[in-house]
Design a protein around this ligand. Structure first.
Ligand SMILES: [Zn+2]
Ligand SMILES: [Zn+2]
Length: 325
């Protein structure tokens, strides 16, 4: 399923299987999650995608061919391909353990063809072995929603026992389980009146769920915003205590309205989380089965990718959409 240009639906195309080059693996895709970032690529919110592009960066599949020089995977092995598709390896960030901020990165499903396909190729150094008793479809959302959620939660600090989450979708339902495992309380904020999402949050382990225009019953230590809605930043600042942090976990957000300095005063912090490092992936994928994190998924056939994207756009999903070729 290919994007010819932003703003138009994906097209189903038959193409020859891509051949793995030096250092690459060819992967037969068995499941690919649908992430909000895919929606931002398809809708043209993000600048300069490779065009045409095959979206998708929560890819689970089996190795079907090895390029020259790849010796750490075997044919038939189950692996995952995430958003971080390549880095330069030599810039300041790559040398400082911050490869997520690389100056010359390549992202899967944005600059590199991704997983809305039967077969894809990827740089083997950025793929991960996937073991455990998860099904392929259950694993897919861990590869971005899970990883970004994990990185976002790690930014709230150890003293943050009460964590607000704004926007309760794929990432939030994973973070909530992780936060509970770490003995934190989760306060879930949804679109006003979205009872289905609030029920979902409570089912997943949130201690409270309510409309995003309401104040929580307790002052929060930190908040994570997954919804791409700028006005949630001042709302979250008003909900967190002095010294609290507001983490913006999405790649794109509508403009943040101006707000009075006093709601930032008191050493409150606003920060974003960008991409992931391979170390995040290693750490999180080891942790997930120990929690154990369970993902709620809704499967769509690959050729229904536009329908899955629409469901995400309109908020008609509970959990994570996963495409099955
Ligand atoms: Zn770099
Ligand atoms: Zn993503």
């Amino acid at each position: 399923m290919i994007l010819e240009k932003p703003g138009v639906p994906l097209q189903l195309l038959e193409k020859p299987d891509p051949i793995p080059g030096q250092g690459e693996v060819q992967v037969r895709v068995s499941a690919c999650g649908v992430c909000r970032t895919d929606l931002h690529v398809v809708d043209g919110d993000l600048p300069d995608p490779k065009l045409p592009i095959i979206p998708g960066h929560e890819i689970v599949g089996t190795v079907s061919a090895l390029g020259e020089g790849v010796d750490h995977f075997e044919l038939g092995e189950r692996i995952g391909i995430p958003w971080l598709g390549r880095t330069c390896g030599s810039c300041f960030y790559c040398r400082s353990g911050l490869e997520n901020l690389c100056d010359e990165p390549g992202f899967t499903g944005y600059q590199i063809d991704g997983g809305y396909a039967d077969v894809t190729v990827a740089d083997a150094r950025f793929c991960f072995p996937l073991s455990g008793d998860y099904s392929d479809a259950e694993l897919a959302p861990l590869l971005c929603a899970g990883l970004i959620g994990y990185r976002s939660l790690s930014m709230v600090g150890n003293n943050s026992g009460r964590v607000g989450i704004y926007g309760f979708g794929a990432a939030a339902h994973i973070v909530t389980q992780l936060a509970r495992y770490q003995d934190r309380e989760v306060y879930a904020f949804t679109r006003p009146g979205d009872r289905a999402a609030q029920e979902f949050a409570l089912d997943t382990g949130a201690i409270w769920a309510g409309d995003s225009d309401r104040a929580p019953p307790n002052e929060l230590d930190a908040a994570i915003i997954f919804a791409p809605v700028g006005p949630l930043v001042p709302a979250a600042l008003r909900a967190v205590r002095k010294g609290g942090v507001v983490v913006c976990g999405g790649i794109h957000m509508s403009d943040i309205p101006s707000f009075p300095y006093r709601i930032l005063w008191g050493e409150r912090v606003i920060r974003s989380v960008a991409n992931l490092t391979r170390q995040d992936a290693k750490d999180f994928l080891e942790l997930a089965p120990r929690v154990p994190i369970r993902t709620r998924i809704e499967e769509f056939p690959l050729e229904k990718a536009n329908m899955a994207l629409d469901a995400l756009r309109t908020g008609n999903l509970t959990g994570a959409a996963v495409l099955i070729p």
